[in-house]
Design a protein around this ligand. Sequence first.
Ligand code: ADP
Ligand code: ADP
Ligand code: MG
Length: 633
Amino acid sequence: MFQKILIANRGEIACRIIATARRLGVATVAVYSEADAQARHVALADEAVAIGGPAPRDSYLRGDAIIAAAKATGAQAIHPGYGFLSENPDFVDAVEAAGLVFIGPSARAIRAMGLKDAAKRLMAEAGVPVVPGYHGDNQDPEHLAGAADGIGYPVLIKAVAGGGGKGMRKVTRAEDFAAALDSARGEAATAFGNDAVLIEKYVEKPRHIEVQVFGDGHDAVHLFERDCSLQRRHQKVIEEAPAPGMPDAMRAAMGEAAVRAARAIGYKGAGTIEFIVDASEGLRPDRFWFMEMNTRLQVEHPVTEAITGVDLVEWQLRVASGEALPLRQDQLAITGHAFEARLYAEDVPAGFLPATGTLAHLAFPEGARADTGVRSGDRISPWYDPMIAKVIVHGPTRAAALQQLSRALAGTQVAGTTTNLVFLGALARHPGFAAGDVDTGLIERDLTSLVAEPAPSVAVRAAALLASAAPLPAALPGFTLWAPLVRSLALRRGEEVTEGQLILRDGVPHVLLEGVEMPAPALPVIRAGDDIHVFSAGQCFSFTPVDPLAREASAGAAGNATLSPMPGLVKAVFVTAGQEVRAGDRLAILEAMKMEHTLTAARDGVVAEVLASAGTQVEAGAALILLAEEVPA
Ligand code: ADP
Ligand code: ADP
Ligand code: MG
């Protein structure tokens, strides 16, 4: 086993790797960007090395700086986590050239699986079922359209270099093919610098079921499947293991196909074989097809750990340090059922826009595993993935585990940023999900009801008002037993103002709200500065004391400005000062949460000033482009 390893990552995955390393007696070195100097992963590691500026390309993507940090601290191996450099074969080569061990597969295996078309051809040769489609080199639009006709609509256009759901378009009718191809190519070119695509049959009632594999370079085993069908825009939201309704014969067939895939490339380390499954007639052993292989530890690996009792990071460290696979296939079994929910800083009702903020409070309930990279007081910065935590539960049956998930989400407390917690809670209670009737379209179909956020109840507002009165006076001025009043209280939440009255009755504070008088409701309340946060059923309601002057000041100004709707990276700016624009013209592209958003002109006008340039990271609400006052004739 290694004495010391370096973790080339940040956030929850860096913290999670440190936890296993510590248990095994392995010393850890963290690396960090300027934005992360105070981050949890830095505090947890035995040593930490600063590697550059906050933008990933200036720090977490700087292979040279990371390798230098490993050499300088005497680390013997580098764990890449996921994202960043984890699937970069050139980095693997550089690590090995520096005499260090890469905790992961060989550069050759990563290259073999790096492009979806080549991977599919390789898998087909190895006898693994692949999605019917065109995976060839001819990229002529006519040829591709012909291939789509041959496959039969609906089809899916996919960037061969794709990842994170980018560069993908579903096409239902032949007449829409050319336009969809153009836009998939455009997105692929910006995101991956490679605009080649493949065409696949779009599978009906699709379920995403993936198999965890593990190899030591000689042999490989699988650790059963995960179902990741609860997706939004091809991004996973809640994952579970095992897959609901999975027949034994199909599990065996999928496990065997996944192991065959891993063996075909002499795989070493943790990997995931993703399959798309046609569930239109239930789960059947002849209805699954290889989609892609992810040659790294996956975000959702904890559900597999929960049902198998295996620590996958421990296996990674043991295999990378030269040990054989710790268990044989016949020593692996499934116990119970597990779920993972991804908790993000995002504004769900506003269309799942990523959010930032300083966590005034963060707490997780007992009985759930919470993998997180942040603590109360930490900032969710605009530089990185806005994931706050993964909440993982394990129970004897699927129903029991799902109930635990609901309970864990309801008991999670996050204040200081908006989150998707209410959305996750609604999903956990969705009747179709509870019945195990999942497919990748479930969220989209029921989006309206899933994203609805309840307004604060009387109890929530009462708790907030009472908290705003603290510290309570021993007696209120003018207080008498016969006329127990008192003090007026007012709080604001967005545009809504809540007003009530504080009443001391026999020394016990009560609040009078909407004609009802009540003592403090039993709800958790946190005060952070002037702000008051009340937690109820997984929702955080935040209030501020009413201050009429501050309200005036924040209005006005913004009329001529195009503001960034969320924190993100400016990818392109299409206008210059002095240029005339028409309402709806493209002004700039902002990238956030692996998606691109086009910002357009709200009205006709002349650009007065361009305040952002391509490559800059901006906060939500930052003015990007100003239009001149006068409208052209
Ligand atoms: P997974 O299949 O493991 O859920 P995804 O396909 O969702 O992973 O994402 C691919 C990788 O990109 C993940 O390892 C994830 O950590 C990383 N990632 C997610 N969001 C971002 C982001 N905003 N910027 C950079 N990398 C990201
Ligand atoms: P990425 O590299 O972006 O993760 P994948 O090929 O893994 O791309 O596909 C991402 C998601 O898109 C899948 O999880 C699934 O929901 C959907 N998808 C992919 N291929 C198909 C298909 N052939 N039919 C239906 N849905 C698909
Ligand atoms: Mg995928």
